[in-house]
Write a protein that binds this ligand. Structure first.
Ligand code: P6P
Length: 339
């Protein structure tokens, strides 16, 4: 029976990616091995985050633990786990992490052909109050495996071959695209496996939610101000949009992907390039949005066309439902034309 098949025909993330790899007959499973090591990092973080509160209770997190060792903050610990897992996979040659000022060049003996950019624990300031946080990652192919350079990672988001995030919330959900659509997997702790729960995610063409930190409204530019005004006081007789802002990018983007709407982190007078980082926040989320039928815009151009000059560069970003992003693009175009 179909139901039984569903129960016994477990579509794990590994099996799903192996199926996708069959499209590339020459592939030797390197990507699958790389992904399995990213998944290992996500399982570790999921387990640690769910205990973070308890750890705090027992005075472990952020203070000296019973062995008198300085307990590392969770984002530092998560970063170490991801860096070690990625290097030990033997499939990477260059890593960029939100936690490390410099890019990490993998030793020749462990070098592979992939580059991974990642934020090991985005939104980590929300851990202590139990708000969902996440890991965000993007994967590029190196140009010359024997001589990876920093230029290999200063590529437009267009060149991403895969991107995803893992959200540590009421459940542990990993959302991934390898270039042919977006799929969501939920961790079954009893199996220790990510099981396909959200096949072929498509974002609604238009949404009823806008997601922005209204506390920055004083510093917004005209197009953003006008767009948010229209969300609250529509002029075409449509009902006002709802505001939902969690302040944790993975949670706000995941809700936008599933429910539709638009997520904005605009530039403002205080931060002319906005707050979010191009390589491991803007690019992976923009890639996922496009793969799910949405789009992502920087205020000046398509987000994935951006070419970063530095590995921790920031950019404004407007991403989500296709029609909603079109509206703010029109406002920026009008402002640009008006100049
Ligand atoms: P603000 C978390 O600190 C983060 O990097 C993203 O996860 C989140 O979207 C954003 O910053 C929230 O920033 O300025 O609204 O608190």
């Amino acid at each position: 029976h179909a139901a039984d098949a569903h129960r016994t025909d477990l579509m794990t993330i590994t099996r799903h990616v192996l199926n996708e790899q069959t499209k590339y007959p020459e592939s030797r499973g390197d990507f699958t091995i790389l992904l399995n090591h990213i998944v290992l990092g996500c399982k570790f973080v999921c387990s640690s985050v769910s205990k973070a509160g308890l750890a705090k209770l027992f005075g472990l997190a952020g203070e000296t633990n019973i062995q008198g060792e300085e307990q590392k903050k969770l984002d530092v610990l998560s970063n170490e786990v991801f860096v070690k897992a990625l290097i030990s996979s033997g499939r990477t040659c260059l890593l960029v992490s939100e936690e490390d000022e410099e890019a990490i060049f993998v030793d020749q003996s462990k070098r592979g052909k992939y580059i991974v950019v990642f934020d090991p624990l985005d939104g980590s300031s929300n851990i202590d109050c139990g708000v969902s946080i996440g890991t965000i990652f993007g994967i590029y192919m190196v140009k010359h495996k024997d001589n990876p350079t920093i230029d290999d990672v200063l590529q437009p988001g267009n060149n991403l071959i895969a991107a995803g995030y893992c959200m540590y919330g009421s459940s542990c959900t990993l959302v991934l695209s390898t270039g042919s659509g977006v799929n969501g997997f939920t961790l079954d702790p009893s199996l220790g496996e990510f099981i396909l729960t959200h096949p072929d995610i498509k974002i609604p063409k238009k949404g009823k939610i806008y997601s922005v930190n209204e506390g920055n409204a004083k510093n917004w530019d005209e197009p953003t101000r006008k767009f948010v005004e229209k969300c609250k006081f529509p002029t075409d007789g449509s009902p006002p949009k709802s505001l939902r802002y969690i302040g944790s990018m993975v949670a706000d983007v995941h809700r936008t992907l599933l429910y539709g709407g638009i997520f904005l982190y605009p530039a403002d007078k205080k931060s002319p390039n906005g707050k979010l980082r191009v390589l491991y926040e803007v690019f992976p989320m923009s890639y996922l949005m496009e793969q799910a039928g949405g789009q992502a815009f920087t205020g000046k151009q398509r987000a994935l066309d951006l070419v970063p000059g530095k590995i921790h560069e920031r950019s404004p970003v407007f991403l989500g439902s296709y029609d909603d992003v079109e509206e703010i693009k029109a406002l920026y175009a009008a402002a640009g034309a008006a100049k």
